[in-house]
Design a protein around this ligand. Sequence first.
Ligand SMILES: [Zn+2]
Length: 268
Amino acid sequence: MSMKYRYGEMTWPEVKAAAALPCVAIVPIATLEDHGRHLPIDTDLLLCATVCELAASRAAGRCVLVPPINHGYSPHHMDFPGALTIGAHTLIDYGLDVCKSLAHHGFRRILIVNGHGSNTPFTDIIARLCAVETGVLAAAVNYWSAPGVREVADALRESEPVGGMNHACEFETSLYLAIRPDLVEMNQAKRELSHRPSKNYWTDLIAGDGPLTMMEHWSRLSGSGVMGDPTKATAEKGRALLEAAASGIAELVDEMLARESPPRVDHH
Ligand SMILES: [Zn+2]
């Protein structure tokens, strides 16, 4: 196949050729929502798309990069101006239709890369439904959970070990600083750890969540929209995190390519 990897830049014969070879279709998905007073509302989208672009460029010839699904599930953010949300069922149907279209054109492996925490249950469902309805190998991952990211984040981390990296935080702000520093207003960055962790409830992109998972309206949890400590963010940390996330996604592409799909057996 050609070394083109951006799906939208391909002609249909190039798409046909890519689908005929061992190839993973990468589908980024995010949302538009408030990210404090210091970051643009496209934070989840820009970060996820940039990680996927870098990963796909390294795995060129083994993947295609589908243009991102821009909109996601953000109803709990609607108290802050800017959030655009689509319904839970709309998101599932939309994502599934995109993945089923790829399967229809012959792609046998699909990796959904998510950039917005509250899309997580839905991207999991989309991958499951795609797998059972089309028979292709479909998977979903949050880019901050890609292999290798946790180790880098733990080594760089200066914010609270649980809660400092959540939303518009040290993690996301560092990445944005590495990608588009001109759009980050660091003088507006504010530390907020107001989500009130309790015995069985805590949340952190890197440290993970407690057994009690729940999502309240964001305005109950944060005054500025921040959850975490963006004042600890630097572009240098962001470059290391971007590198780790892109390497991790490229690793997942190769892992999916190596995975065999034995035929189903109907034991009736
Ligand atoms: Zn975010």
